[in-house]
Design a protein around this ligand. Sequence first.
Ligand code: GLO
Ligand code: MG
Length: 344
Amino acid sequence: MAGEYRFSFGPWNIHEGADPFGPAVRDSIEFGKKLKMYKKLGFDGVQFHDDDAVPGMDNLSSEQIVKKAKEVRNMLESEGLIAEFVAPRLWEDARTIDGAYTSNDPASREYAKERSRRMLDIANALGTKLVVLWLAREGTYIREAKDSKVAVERIVEAINDMLSYNPETKIAIEPKPNEPMDQSYIPTTGHAVAISYLSNEPERVGVNIETAHVILAGLDPSDEMGFALAYDKLFTVHLNDQNGLKFDEDKAFGSVDLRRAFNQVRILDKYDYGKGGEFVGLDVKAMRTQKQEVATKHLVNSRTIFLRLVELVRSLDKNKVEKLISERDYEELDMLIINHLMGK
Ligand code: GLO
Ligand code: MG
């Protein structure tokens, strides 16, 4: 069954454990060493920020960037890995303090577009057509700081710029309602789907649904997935878990609410997610308490939980479910699902 699904994560998911209140508690692992860990952990796909592949890219020429990215592609190939997507890291540079595509400063917006073109060169050199846009600082701390209509127009302009720069690129917007901003533009799947229709080529713009981000918006991840599937726009997923409305926790998939995880797997499996080449992407973080030698368990556990839930999804008695739905006996259906999750 594992063979039916291919899993991916990004190098940032093996991390040092720093948080806003304390420093790193684990050693950094160099990129090449992380790549060697992927297959052993059961993963085939690597998710990239542009500068995960080409560190210091802002100080390199476009030729140097492509050369470096091709070296990374060789590293991937020698490990039997493939690049799933590349995301432009537009939230760390001083020029993007007030946002990238939606900054009020034209020079910052130009930097963001130029950086995005270099990111597309990297994606091309790594051999992937998929780009993820996590719109980190595209939002505000106070409502008066930006014009929300203009902000949407500027995001569309940046998307169109990428679509025309590489006609093969597909863009998956990763909605998130807040953090680092107080209010983010494109906070939900519906916003992402809607904005795709403002772009020049809607079929090339879709979503990357992250469980935790959906929960932070007070919505249900499996319903958001269903919405995206109905529009044929679920280009990838960032599965993880989240314990209520607080900071973005990126907990191991299924570790907070097993039933909510079950329902995500259920809709993905029902509608053949993955058959079109989509990866089961995980965006999970190890607890800060975790020691160095066991700081990848969150990845293995998330993958194992996903696969066990696939088994549970497939062994659920569909006839019983149908019968209870037709009788409108949702109390009994509730119990059937709970019993099933409890192995009864
Ligand atoms: C943060 C996001 C982040 C993105 C990643 C890819 O909340 O989930 O991890 O997924 O940077 O763009
Ligand atoms: Mg994410």
